[in-house]
Design a protein around this ligand. Structure first.
Ligand SMILES: [Mn+2]
Length: 244
């Protein structure tokens, strides 16, 4: 039986993704590849990365904040300043120009991106990009997980749907607890038997908290550090980083 593997924020590091997949002897026909989102921006190879992920028979992403900016650019040509000026979006735009990707292909890729849910809930796993807002239970998460494919703007509802994409309080509470903080002053763990996987916050190494059912796997591939790939059942992981 194939494995369930999950990759941290790839940020257009197509080469690092190939390196970790080969270290793990990834089999596209047997293994499932999950992603915590933020496949785009910062790195060099957005187009090749998307073409590769599109080719996988079993790829299960969630949306990251960078994926939403890219979706809006591909589908509608939007280039908000927060993306272009503050989050390296121009490098991504130039990559689509370099490869001569047509408007039709861009829309196809944008619609493919938009089919990634904000929150993914399965029998054994809960996956989202950032974390769980304080006070949320499984009910709120299930509501977001059941939304139809996202569309640009998503007036009203995307505002709430994006909170698990940007959240950092859940990880901060789990880290504080593991460092000895008094649980009474921290956000409560989600009540669940499932394993929660997140990215979004670059760490020096993967973080795990039993109490919070949480594993965080963004190890800064977008910031010149490592890309982590993890087996979701055993928590064994592989890493790749750029040679200096
Ligand atoms: Mn992010």
């Amino acid at each position: 039986m194939g494995r369930n593997l999950i990759v941290g924020d790839i940020h257009s590091q197509y080469g690092l993704l190939q390196d970790v997949l080969s270290s793990a002897s990834f089999s596209p026909s047997e293994d499932t590849l999950y992603s915590v989102g933020d496949i785009a921006d910062r790195g060099p190879e957005t187009v090749r990365l998307i073409q590769f992920l599109l080719s996988l028979p079993s790829y299960k992403p969630v949306l990251g904040n960078h994926d939403i900016w890219l979706r809006d650019y591909l589908v509608s040509g939007l280039c908000p300043s927060v993306w272009i000026d503050c989050n390296n979006g121009m490098r991504t735009v130039k990559d689509f120009v370099r490869y001569g990707i047509s408007e039709k292909e861009k829309i196809m890729m944008g619609e493919w991106l938009s089919r990634a849910p904000y929150v993914r809930i399965e029998d054994k796993y809960i996956i989202m990009h950032g974390g769980i807002p304080s006070g949320w239970t499984m009910l709120e998460l299930e509501k977001i997980a059941a939304l139809p494919p996202s569309t640009i703007g998503y007036p009203g509802i995307e505002y709430e749907a994006v909170s698990p994409i940007w959240n950092r309080t859940y990880l901060q509470s789990a880290m504080a607890f593991e460092n000895g903080a008094d649980p009474a002053v921290l956000q409560n763990p989600l009540e669940t038997e499932k394993k929660i996987f997140i990215g979004h916050t670059p760490l020096n190494s993967p973080f795990h908290s039993e109490r919070y059912h949480l594993t965080a796997i963004d190890t800064g591939a977008g910031h010149g550090k490592k890309l982590t790939l993890m087996d979701m059942d055993t928590l064994v992981f592989w890493q790749a980083e750029k040679e200096n």
